[in-house]
Design a protein around this ligand. Structure first.
Ligand code: ZN
Length: 228
């Protein structure tokens, strides 16, 4: 009753289309749930049909590469990513993580991972934003896959945003030094599922994968909310 009254005063809106949610809908409306551009990459596993997998060939040994959605610079996906990153919608990240994690678990992938690790923000950026937009997605995935997740294992020691004025070559050389593993004992011998919000070139995930593998992690897979 009180909840109904509240939702009348402050209707919850869909994070993908900004329309008012109907009773029983959470975070994303039924229409958007149907229309979001899903990649369905989990259906292809680690084969040549998985275009995301191919992007890591010759760069980093990645066991599986998945993304929940196709990246779109406009429309539903853009709105979802924007709210996740700039509007404090951390629960939305968890919700998407649980949905995707459930899907991955249904297709037998839970047995392939031991630990979920989100790509970290630099501590100054984390302080400014207040949260890491990839943490929620990592947490939701881990919950659905019934494995652990940790935001303490990996650290971003260089703020790459301050590197953008440098030449491309310099940046490429720097990227390998951007991430360090703080707790090698936590990843040693484990199969890690590395998580980020968006994948564009894959350079960030690649750098994280190298850092993890150098620290004794046995295998790295990657997944994002959206991939270009
Ligand atoms: Zn919607």
């Amino acid at each position: 009753m009180f909840q109904d009254f509240l939702s009348l005063l402050f209707p919850e809106i869909c994070h993908a289309c900004d329309q008012t949610l109907a009773r029983g809908e959470r975070y994303i409306c039924t229409e958007c749930n149907v229309k979001l551009p899903y990649t369905d990459l989990h259906l292809h596993g680690a084969t040549e049909l998985n275009y995301l997998q191919q992007r890591f060939w010759g760069k980093a040994p990645v066991r599986f590469a998945f993304s929940y959605l196709h990246f779109r610079s406009k429309g539903r996906v853009q709105r979802v990513l924007h709210k996740l990153k700039y509007k404090g919608a951390q629960e939305l990240g968890e919700h998407l993580g649980r949905l995707y994690g459930t899907l991955l678990a249904e297709h037998g992938y839970a047995a392939h991972f031991d630990l979920v690790i989100p790509v970290p923000l630099h501590r100054l950026k984390l302080r400014r934003r207040g949260y890491n937009q990839s943490d929620g997605f990592a947490k939701g995935l881990a919950e659905a896959l019934q494995i652990a997740w940790s935001s303490k294992v990996l650290e971003r020691v260089i703020d790459t945003d301050t590197q953008t004025k440098k030449s491309r070559l310099d940046r490429w050389q720097n990227v390998e030094q951007v991430f360090v593993v703080k707790q090698a004992e936590e990843v040693s011998g484990k199969r890690v599922l590395l998580v980020d919000d968006v994948l564009t070139t894959g350079a960030t995930l690649e750098a994280c994968a190298h850092a993890l593998l150098q620290s004794g992690c046995s295998e790295v897979s990657v997944t994002t909310i959206a991939a270009a």
